[in-house]
Design a binder for this molecule. Structure first.
Ligand code: ADP
Ligand code: MG
Length: 312
């Protein structure tokens, strides 16, 4: 605004002011949007109002409207990035009101969407996956089943139910993590927040923060998020402490609070149970493993994903 009124002031001080003033006025009055506004509000336009409002009208004419002149938000040419002007009658003058432009609206909407998906150690492309864009090949009935259950989950959750999650298992590269990412995105578009956690890295990091307070905070977030997705469970090397005190506690809490949880794994139930039975020290603890498995089975519907390896 400052720039505009300064240039206007210097204009007034010049000897050829009158010509320039008229030139400016013509430029403003020839603008089709200004004309449309004046026609629409003809009854309210008082004598001298246009002249009194010339600075504002000039500013209006020179700003981009509906993003017509700006290639992107960061290249927005307007005085206030992401806002475009609208003409309004304000007392005895025509004034401007600045509203969010379409690009800024879309940008803010996207940010809000992203803020609904939290993740730990998950690649970016996974977070861009879209449920309705996942291609299903003719022979991939398991993928089709997984996608339709995922869709059911979102619909039911959205209508206030707390359905079971999915336990997606199958070999490396079939697209388990990708489907979890797509579900997270679909949930976000219904304003439901979720968190996707790559378990091996999460466990590694927790080991590092063993005796520090950030551990409790990290575990707390994972425990309480509305929808949790534990990616690649079974690929970690898990101590008894992590299995019982971390994973066990998280699952116990979520089960009691009825908070849906998804899993992906290279292992089926039986293989995962075996993996969880052996501590890093080589001791066999089948009862404790069985207790974790019970919770997992209670919380998620198992689906085997088959098909080709989609990694490059
Ligand atoms: P998994 O978790 O089963 O090991 P990923 O979900 O990581 O497999 O998928 C492997 C790669 O294939 C990833 O780069 C992912 O982006 C891609 N991918 C997986 N499923 C699809 C799909 N249906 N369409 C396109 N790309 C896919
Ligand atoms: Mg994966």
């Amino acid at each position: 605004m400052e720039r505009m009124s300064n240039s206007f002031k210097s204009l007034i001080n010049r000897p050829d002011f009158k010509d320039r003033f008229n030139g400016l006025k013509n430029q403003v009055l020839n603008n089709s949007e200004v004309q449309a506004f004046l026609t629409k509000h003809a009854a309210e336009i008082e004598e001298g109002m246009v002249e009194r409002s010339l600075v504002k009208l000039f500013e209006f004419v020179n700003q981009s409207k509906n993003c017509e002149q700006c290639p992107s938000l960061s290249q927005c040419k307007n005085l206030l990035e992401g806002y475009h002007p609208r003409l309004v009658i304000q007392g005895r003058i025509i004034d401007l009101q600045y509203d969010k432009c379409p690009t800024k609206e879309a940008h803010d909407e996207r940010k809000k969407h992203e803020s609904l998906i939290k993740s730990m150690y998950i690649p970016k492309d996974i977070l861009a996956a879209q449920l309705d864009q996942i291609d299903v090949e003719m022979d991939e009935t398991s993928r089709f089943k997984a996608l339709s259950l995922a869709q059911d989950f979102v619909e039911q959750y959205n209508s206030g139910k707390r359905p079971k999650g999915l336990y997606l298992y199958g070999s490396f590269g079939v697209g388990k993590t990708y489907i979890l990412g797509a579900i997270a995105n679909e949930l976000a578009s219904h304003k439901i927040s979720s968190m996707l956690v790559y378990v091996p890295e999460f466990m590694r990091e927790l080991k590092g923060s063993f005796q520090n307070s950030s551990l409790d905070q990290k575990v707390d977030v994972v425990k309480k998020v509305p929808v949790l997705m534990l990616d690649d469970i079974g690929a970690e090397s898990m101590s008894s402490w992590m299995r019982d005190d971390i994973l066990g506690t998280i699952l116990q809490f979520r089960m009691l609070e009825n908070l849906p949880t998804f899993f992906s794994s290279n292992f089926d139930h039986k293989q995962l149970q075996h993996h969880l039975s052996y501590s890093q020290r080589g001791e066999e603890e089948p009862v404790k493993a069985a207790r974790i498995m019970e919770r997992i089975k209670h919380m998620a519907i198992p689906i085997e994903l088959t098909g080709r390896n989609r990694r490059g």
